[in-house]
Every structure is written in C-alpha cells, then in structure tokens.
Design a protein around this ligand. Structure first.
Ligand code: PLP
Length: 413
C-alpha cells in the first residue's frame, strides 16, 4: 500500500477538531467523501454558534443597548474576516447572502437586469453548476439576450481558443466556475478574466468549490464578482458571500426591499443604504456570519496553502487507487484538479455504487451533481463522486478502493 510520503498536514490532529469524523456509519468507521456537497464542521465553528446564542444573541444594526452592540460588532467583524480571507480591499465589498446560488441570482437580477439589452450575450461554460446556468438563462429570456457556452475537452478542460472566440463586444457578462464540482477542474480564471475584460465584459466567478481548497485573492484575480457558500468551507448552511468591486456595487440597483437596506422611507420616496447593506434586506443570518468567520479563521490557522498542497497529493493518490479498480473510468482528468474524483464503473449504475458503499460506511454522492450538461458532454446519465477535504486520509481512499472492488464482486466481476 503506497501512501502519501510527505504529509504536509497533521491530519490525525486535524480530524480531532471535527467531532462527526469519529462517528460510525452502518457499523463501520465513517468515511466521509462528500465534502463538495457540504463540508464537515470543526468544534471552533460549533462553539462559536453556541456562544453567540448563549452570550451574544440580539438583533444587529438597530439596538441601542450593549447586547445589540455586541451582536453588531460580531456580525461586522465576520464581514472583516471574510474580506481578509479573500483579500478584498474593503469590507463594504462583502455582501452576506444565503449561498453561492443566491449570490449569482442577486448579480443576475440587479447588475444583469440593469445592464443587459436585447442581442447582448452572457458567456458561461459547459462545466457550470445549475446555479450558474439557470439564473443567466432566466435573465437572457427576459432581456432577449443570448447565452453562449464555452465547450470542454475530453479531459474536462475548458477550450480556451473557443473561449477567446466566443468573447465579443456583445458579451456583457462572463460567469465562470473557478473549480468544477463535477470534474474537479481548476480553471485558469485569472487569464480568463483578463480576456473578458479586454472586450469590456464584467466577470462573475463561482468560487463555491474553490474557496474550500485554494487560497483566493479577488484583487489579484481582478474579478468583478466572486461568490461562495459558507457550508462548503467548514461553516454553517444558509450563509454565503457575494464579493463585488465597490464601484460596481455602488452603481447596482437593490435586490430585495425591506429593513436595513434603506436610509429613509416615505410613501413618496425611499433612499437606499450604501453597499453592502443595500443588498441585505431584513434581519440577516447573524449566527451564520459568525459561524462562517469562525470557519475561515480555523482554515487560516491550518493554512490554505498547506491545505491546497495536501489535497493535491491526496487527489492524485485517490486517482491512482481508483484506476486500479477493474472497469472504473474517471470522468475529469484535467492537469490541474482539486479534490474531486468523479467516476463510472462499467455495468454498475452510480446509484448502486452509492448504496453499496454506504453499506460499508462510505459516504459518496451519485447523480448528476447539479451539472447535467457535464453528464451529457461525457455521455453518462450520472457519475459516482468522491470529493475530498483536508480532513481525509490516504487510508480512507484505500477503503474506498477496496469497497469498490467488493461492489464489482457483487456484480460478478
Ligand atoms: N456552484 C458550484 C460550483 C457548486 O458546487 C455549488 C454547490 O454544489 C453551487 C454553486 C451552489 O451552492 P449552494 O447550493 O451552496 O448555493
């Protein structure tokens, strides 16, 4: 059995930070390989949420008393933590939303609606999650605009020549995955953003699968918008982030109306608050923001560069082990990949793989992964997907490999 020779992280110690990883599943030690769907949470996050409700709970931005000041301070401190984690230049560029999906819809419904005209184009790629397809389709249908799609190669890489060809002066928005959830491909977004800017398009990057795995610097990327979800970066569900360049957020119309997004209201006229509050109508997910900040602080403590290096080795090791399984085909073999191993097994439906692995205590995902166009591109109805995190070990991938061999036995191979 070959294992990673130079582990860059003390994974055994890290695992102790995640209470759920000690759980049993179907009588076996749990092997959790579904972090692309949602990550597990360290005690630091669970405790921060507990502390908030036990000691700090109050509504934000409104109260004049100490507890409300404390909750407001924690909520705004969370925004500052996000700013520093993704290297935005100002906390006012950080809008709290429900998740990557809401962030994309917000941009489509505000910036997109205000900008797009009939005959304009929105450019996406063939490896997008449905969350980065449907909001643009809806917008294009409303505006009479065209949705263009960058194709992908057999290994699951974007065809950059095609991307260059599809970018035209009519392209108003390019919405691109940083990392594909179905294939694991890391796209060269920095270069792609520069190319889009050269035709005058604004760029939204869907970082839902990148922020958990790579250091991200939005200023270095020079993207106009960047979205990600808290629950995929060891934080709680129901909270996510939309980063937008200050001057663009400033010029955008509001998303939803309600409390906090206004400066003054009369029946004749409402004056809107400045960003980010302009886009945060109603009582926000205070506990979520605080939990997300605890998660990002935790990840910073482990080190995003160390996480990226460890996961790169772990993903390569996992791929090596998986291709030893007779009849297994990896879907997505890009040169630059992050933490996703999608595969099919000859003669076995991915759902059967998922069910049989579950019986052995191994949690993977089977289906289209909300990326049906990717399935169509590779001519499969679904894949099985093992998705990794820095708390996974080579030994868990050995267990996956052995369990897949047993699946083969069940199917007479
Ligand atoms: N984009 C990508 C690449 C994803 O993988 C996901 C979730 O799997 C999303 C967007 C949507 O994230 P959420 O459901 O947290 O809004």
């Amino acid at each position: 059995m070959s294992v990673i020779e130079r582990p860059t992280l003390d994974v055994e110690r890290i695992r102790q930070d995640f209470p759920i990883l000690a759980a049993k599943a179907r009588g076996h030690d749990l092997v959790y390989l579904d972090s692309a769907a949602t990550s597990q949470k360290p005690s630091a996050v669970i405790e921060a949420i507990h502390r908030y409700y036990a000691e700090q709970n109050s509504n934000v931005h409104r109260g004049l008393y100490e507890l409300s000041e404390l909750a407001t301070e924690k909520y705004e401190a969370a925004r500052a933590t996000v700013r520093s984690f993704i290297h935005a230049s100002d906390s006012h560029e950080i809008v709290f939303v429900r998740g990557a999906t809401e962030g994309i819809n917000l941009v489509a419904q505000t910036f997109g609606r205000a900008t797009l005209k009939a005959g304009d184009q929105v450019l996406i790629t063939a490896m997008e999650h449905h969350s980065n397809i449907v909001p643009w389709q809806m917008l294009c249908a409303e505006k009479g605009a065209l949705l263009k799609v960058v194709p992908i190669s057999d290994s699951g890489e974007l065809l950059l020549d095609e991307y260059a060809r599809l970018l035209t002066p009519r392209t108003r928005i390019a919405a691109l995955a940083h990392v594909s959830n179905a294939l694991g491909t890391i796209n060269p977004v920095r270069e792609m953003i520069e190319m889009a800017h050269s035709v005058g398009a604004k760029v939204l990057i869907d970082g839902a699968q990148a922020v958990p795995h790579l250091p991200v610097d939005v200023q270095d990327l020079d993207c106009d918008f960047y979205v990600f979800s808290g629950h995929k970066v060891c934080g709680p569900t129901g909270i996510g982030v939309l980063y937008g360049k200050a001057e663009i957020l400033e010029a955008m119309p509001p998303y939803q109306g309600g409390g906090d997004m206004i400066l003054s209201v009369t029946f004749e006229k409402t004056t809107y608050n400045r960003p980010p509050y302009k886009f945060e109508a109603g009582t926000p997910h205070i506990e979520g923001a605080i939990g997300l900040a605890a998660a990002l602080t935790y990840l910073e403590g482990v080190g995003m560069a160390a996480i990226a290096a460890y996961e790169k080795d772990l993903t390569a090791y996992g791929a090596e082990r998986l291709i030893e399984v007779p009849g297994l085909r990896l879907i997505g073999t890009a040169r630059n990949k992050a933490a996703v191993l999608s595969f099919v097994l000859e003669g076995v439906h991915p759902h059967d793989i998922g069910t049989l692995l579950d019986r052995q205590g191994i949690a993977i995902r089977a289906g289209h992964h909300c990326a049906q166009p990717v399935m169509e591109r590779f001519g499969v109805p679904a894949t099985a997907r093992a998705s990794l995190s820095f708390y996974n070990t080579p030994e868990e991938l050995d267990r996956l490999q052995e369990a897949l061999c047993k699946v083969n036995e069940v199917f007479g191979r």
